[in-house]
Design a binder for this molecule. Structure first.
Ligand code: 48F
Length: 284
């Protein structure tokens, strides 16, 4: 085919590689310091990150998998319809996902549709994502205040230590959110270090109790460390809710509200001095 007839621009391998390296490292460099780090990209973490970023704070999402969404792609039992109990559908309205009422107060939506729209709305709010990145440890300041996370690439974390003797790196933030689901990795780490009680684990399924309790308990767990989603149930021994997601979505919202109040108090006037700082400076 003649050069002039080619559909694609005449750009080769080295430009592609440089584009990836340059853009990724620039972003990562900028987000070494954020207002909030959310660890875990399931439904609760996605909502929390989205709402905090919408309030113009600088948010980094850390996710161990290459995809976001956690358990929100599938409703339950390998069936991809997700349910929410009233008023959880308010989040579906917000992200413009269609649903139908199957019985008064119970709504059903398509899992892939709801999950992909929630991820997109989080990205549109300005959240940056470090995926394939695994939480390893917490960063502390005086009086045990949590001030960041230590992470490594997921493949490195999953290889035997004798092969990968590679140190992790740390990211700093004003607040950190544990949205890692049933395992509550961050709060468990606090507990291992004697800075929090031993976690009871979540209780058995009782949907009519669990969702209200989850939203009530979502928020600050320890200085600098907040929690949303199943990690809250694990931390406080609350019953699980099974395959219904309104509690997860509203837990993310509650956690974001608490985070925003704290950030406003820390910054004095509510403005984020951090967001886009390095990239904006670089661009001017
Ligand atoms: O489990 P997950 O979806 O958490 P959630 O937001 O929602 C729970 C529901 O999906 C469901 C339920 C519904 O009622 O009970 O289970 O509480 O998502 C947790 C995310 O955290 C990531 C994990 O890959 C998933 O995407 N994650 C877990 N541990 C780590 C992590 C870690 N150590 N480092 C980074 N990401």
């Amino acid at each position: 085919m003649a050069e002039s007839q080619k559909l694609f621009a005449p750009v080769g391998e080295k430009e592609v590689t440089r584009a990836i390296i340059e853009e990724y490292t620039k972003e990562l460099y900028d987000y070494v310091e954020s207002d909030v780090i959310v660890v875990g990209g399931g439904p609760s973490g996605l909502v929390a990150a989205k709402d905090i970023a919408k309030a113009k704070y600088k948010v980094l999402m850390i996710e161990r998998m290459n995809y976001l969404g956690g358990g929100f792609w599938i409703g339950g039992y390998l069936m991809n319809k997700v349910t929410v109990r009233d008023p959880g559908q308010s989040v579906l309205d917000e992200i413009e996902v269609p649903y139908k009422e199957v019985t008064p107060g119970l709504y059903v939506a398509d899992g892939p549709y709801a999950c992909s729209k929630l991820i997109a709305s989080m990205c549109e709010a300005g959240v940056k994502v470090a995926n394939m990145t695994m939480f390893d440890d917490l960063v502390y300041r005086e009086n045990g205040r949590v001030a960041g996370v230590v992470v490594n690439w997921t493949p490195i974390s999953n290889m035997p230590k004798e092969i990968t003797c590679l140190d992790p790196v740390a990211f700093e933030s004003k607040l950190v959110v544990d949205a890692t689901g049933h395992d509550a990795y961050l709060i468990n780490r606090l507990s291992q270090q004697g800075l929090f009680n031993k976690l009871p684990g979540h209780g058995s399924m009782w949907v009519e109790r669990s969702e209200d309790a989850l939203v009530e308990y979502s928020g600050e767990v320890a200085p600098g460390l907040l929690a949303c989603g199943m990690s809250v149930n694990t931390t406080y021994g609350l019953p699980r809710m099974g395959p219904t997601f309104g509690g997860m979505l509203l837990s993310g919202k509650k956690c974001a509200q608490v985070a925003i109040e704290k950030l406003k108090a820390m910054n004095g006037d509510g403005a984020s001095p951090n967001r886009g700082s390095t990239s904006e400076k670089a661009a001017t």
